[in-house]
Ligand binder design. Structure first.
Ligand SMILES: O=C(O)CCC(=O)C(=O)O
Length: 282
């Protein structure tokens, strides 16, 4: 899917883009079946583990999965979608011609369960040598204003990198006082099932809880330009380069003069954005 000049300009100016109904309904049907299987599988799990991030009220009778971790490692369908041209072609255009798959997650908003995600910039979690990095969200179901849609603040990808620490520990969220009236500009990404949301790694974004009786599954894939190298991370180079979807491996990073903060120290043993953000008073 080639993007228009207007779409590319919109993304560059606003730090987000919505591509409506890009994923065919046959794929959505398979995705829903796969999602149901994982929700069902969570009934046998009591506490969060390397596969599931579970809400406090989770039980076998009433599953409250906040996140399926690394879905591309859990089922080939998720990996296939992460690598499909429908997604990788526009990503390639927005990242300047090369693409490396970075990571994935599948977030849910169950009715009546707390799965709020506070304002944050992905850049705070994984700063790189340059910010040609973005995340694509696949709307598996229709996304309405009531279901806790992803919200973005247009233009925030060109602004400051906010402090995501609370009491000296990385909490993965920004205190709302720090972003002030920027929140008034927030846009909710409302669209039918099969649509794709795209947000720049420095775009401020958040989502509230669902107030309706449906599950809100949002499948998120993150991609980087091949010459954007992580700061403060260590990788197996062969595995790292095996995730290149467009372009060839390079061993020389492209460094841009950008502000970044280190995502340390972290509370030992907590990898849940939901739990970490609970430590914040905002
Ligand atoms: O699930 C959502 O609505 C927000 C996802 C998000 O921003 C994240 O997981 O970092």
């Amino acid at each position: 899917m080639a993007l228009t000049t207007d779409q590319i300009g919109f993304y560059q100016d606003n730090g987000y883009l919505l591509l409506e109904q890009a994923i065919p309904s046959s794929v959505l049907t398979s995705l829903r079946k796969t999602v149901d299987r994982f929700i069902d599988g969570s009934r046998a799990v009591e506490t969060s583990n390397h596969i599931y991030d579970l809400g406090q009220s989770h039980s076998a009778d009433s599953p409250r999965v906040r996140r399926l971790k690394d879905p591309h490692l859990r089922d080939p369908l998720f990996k296939q979608i992460a690598e499909c041209n429908t997604i990788v072609d526009p990503v390639c255009e927005l990242l300047g011609g090369t693409v490396r798959f970075d990571h994935s997650k599948l977030n849910f908003k169950h009715p009546g369960a707390n799965a709020e995600i506070k304002w944050h910039q992905d850049w705070a979690f994984y700063p790189h040598t340059n910010d040609d990095i973005l995340a694509v969200g696949v709307l598996i179901e229709d996304c309405t204003p009531e279901c806790g849609p992803l919200m973005v603040i247009p233009g925030s990808h060109k602004g400051p990198v906010f402090d995501h620490h609370h009491n000296g520990i990385f909490a993965g969220g920004v205190n709302t006082d720090a972003i002030g009236n920027l929140v008034d500009k927030a846009v909710a990404l409302i669209a039918p099932a099969g649509s794709l949301t795209i947000h720049h790694v420095r775009t401020l974004h958040a989502s509230g809880n669902s107030s309706i009786n449906t599950l809100r599954p949002l499948l998120l894939f993150s991609y980087t330009a091949v010459d954007a190298f992580p700061i403060f991370s260590s990788y197996d180079l062969q595995e790292y380069d095996s995730r290149i979807l467009r372009g060839a491996p390079v061993h020389e990073g492209r460094m841009a003069a950008l502000p970044f903060r280190i995502h340390l120290p972290q509370e030992p043993g907590t990898d849940s954005i939901y739990d970490n953000q609970e430590s914040m008073q905002c």
